[in-house]
Write a protein of this length. Structure first.
Length: 214
């Protein structure tokens, strides 16, 4: 991973399939190393516009760039490599073809059906997380990660609507974390926290909490 003036570049990442979203992602590089942000392994969903223009598919090797702390809005596939199976050498592909990848979003399990999930922090991911939760039959309530003790009444009111709560450490202040934990314990609402960025981490944590409700 390279850093330059706020730009992060991931070199020679292997394209995989994210089962939750039935779409393409990257988790590790060609040499087998996990892709990490702030020391936490990541699953990064690839932008559809680049998948289409470069005809990216599972098993391809790519370079991905994004602005630090703006992963979702700035991520871009810079290069798609053509793997020569006979010589095992990588050559840059400059071919732009019509995409043949078909994403099927109709087979997503309704794992959150009838449930309300509360997200504390991760405001930059709110729209994507809301869509993911609603596709799974649930409702998402978002609380700012910058709330302090003075907002206890507001936080308590919103948390009281939820079945579970997930805190995102990357976007939640220490004061907001303490407040949310205190309220969850008071209301007996199951909660957990996630490190790093991305929908997959959030969804896995939420599903684990909901599984424990049963």
């Amino acid at each position: 991973m390279q850093f330059s003036n706020g730009l992060v570049k991931i070199k020679k990442a292997v394209v995989d399939v994210e089962n939750d979203f039935k779409c393409l992602c990257i988790r590790h590089t060609l040499n087998g190393k996990d892709i990490k942000l702030n020391g936490v392994p990541q699953t990064i969903i690839l932008p559809m516009r680049d998948i289409r223009s470069l005809e990216v598919k599972k098993g391809d090797v790519i370079d991905l760039s994004f602005q630090r702390n703006q992963l979702q809005s700035t991520k871009k596939i810079c290069i798609k490599y053509q793997i020569n199976k006979d010589t095992n050498k990588n050559q840059e592909s400059k071919k732009y073809k019509k995409s043949k990848i078909k994403m099927n979003s109709n087979n997503i399990d309704k794992v959150f059906k009838g449930l309300t999930l509360v997200m504390v922090g991760m405001e930059p991911e709110e729209s994507e997380l809301r869509e993911a939760v609603e596709k799974r039959g649930g409702k998402l309530i978002c609380i700012s990660g910058k709330q302090g003790k003075s907002r206890r009444k507001t936080v308590k009111s919103r948390l009281s609507e939820g079945d579970i709560a997930v805190f995102t450490k990357s976007y939640v202040s220490h004061a907001a974390t303490n407040l949310a934990v205190s309220v969850c314990k008071e209301l007996n609402i199951p909660f957990d926290s996630v490190d790093g960025f991305g929908k997959s981490n959030f969804l896995r944590t939420a599903e684990k909490l909901i599984h424990n409700l049963k």
